[in-house]
Design a protein around this ligand. Structure first.
Ligand SMILES: Nc1nc2c(ncn2[C@@H]2O[C@H](COP(=O)(O)OP(=O)(O)OP(=O)(O)O)[C@@H](O)[C@H]2O)c(=O)[nH]1
Ligand SMILES: [Mg+2]
Length: 201
C-alpha cells in the first residue's frame, strides 16, 4: 500500500485537504484510522460534513494524532490501496505541550517512512521581504523530503488575497520542484493532485 503523508506547519490546511480530497475521490463515509501513541490503531467513522465540523479548526495544532483514510483505486482488474495520512503540524523550537511534542515526533518519523510526501505550504506565509521566502520550518521539510522522497508542494489557500502573487514567487524560486496550487477549502487543484498520487499507487 502506498502511504502518502500530508505534512507541513500548523494551520496550513492539512486536515481540510485530507477530508475534502477523500470526498472528491468518491468516499461517502470517511473511516479514519487513528494511530494511538500507545501503539494500537483505532477507527472513527464520519460523514464528510461531520469530519469537517469536528476535525478542522483555525486553532493551531488542532490535529494531535496521526489519522489516515484509505482510498481504493481501480487498476485493471484489481483495486490498489492508497493511504492518505494527516499529521500533527510541525513548528520550530520545543513545544511546551508534551502531547504536541510527541505528536510532532510521530510526524517526523512518518516523513522518514512514507513513500510520498505532500508538503503543504500556506501561500500567505510566503514572504519576499525576508532573506528566505520560506519559513525556516518549511525550508527544513523541503530540504529533507525533496532529496530523500517522492515530493511535491501543495501550495494551499490559492483562493486568498495575495496568494497568486506568492505562488509566482514560489515557482520562480523552486523551478525544479513540483508545485500544485490548491484550495483545500474550495476543492481547487484536486484533479492535478489526483493525477500525481495515481502515479505512485
Ligand atoms: N481560505 C482558505 N482557508 C483554508 C483553506 N484550507 C484550510 N483553510 C482554513 O485554515 C484553517 C486550518 O485548517 P486545518 O485543515 O485545520 O489546518 P491543519 O493544517 O490541519 O492545522 P493543524 O491540525 O492545527 O496543524 C481552517 O480555518 C480552515 O478552514 C483554503 O484553501 N482556503
Ligand atoms: Mg489538522
Amino acid at each position: 500500500m502506498t502511504e502518502c503523508l500530508v505534512t507541513g506547519m500548523p494551520n496550513v490546511g492539512k486536515t481540510c485537504f485530507v477530508i475534502n480530497f477523500a470526498e472528491y475521490m468518491g468516499l461517502k463515509e470517511l473511516k479514519f484510522y487513528i494511530r494511538q501513541l500507545a501503539g494500537y490503531t483505532s477507527v472513527r467513522r464520519y460523514s464528510p460534513e461531520d469530519a469537517r465540523n469536528e476535525l478542522i479548526s483555525e486553532e493551531s495544532n488542532f490535529t494531535r494524532e496521526i489519522q489516515s483514510v484509505k482510498l481504493e483505486i481501480p487498476s485493471g482488474k484489481v483495486f490498489k490501496e492508497l493511504e492518505i495520512i494527516d499529521s500533527c503540524g510541525l513548528s520550530e523550537g520545543i513545544h511546551p505541550d508534551a502531547e504536541i511534542r510527541l505528536a510532532m515526533a510521530q510526524t517526523i518519523r512518518l516523513i522518514r517512512e512514507s513513500n510520498l510526501i505532500l508538503h503543504m505550504i500556506d501561500l500567505t506565509n510566503i514572504s519576499k521581504e525576508e532573506e528566505d521566502i520560506l519559513l525556516p520550518l518549511d525550508r527544513m521539510i523541503m530540504n529533507y523530503a525533496s532529496l530523500e522522497k517522492n515530493y511535491a508542494i501543495l501550495a494551499n489557500k490559492i483562493d486568498l488575497h495575495s496568494a497568486k502573487e506568492n505562488l509566482k514567487i514560489l515557482r520562480e524560486n523552486f523551478i525544479s520542484k513540483k508545485i500544485i496550487p490548491i484550495s483545500a477549502l474550495y476543492w481547487l487543484g484536486f484533479q492535478e493532485v489526483k493525477r500525481l498520487v495515481l502515479n505512485y499507487v
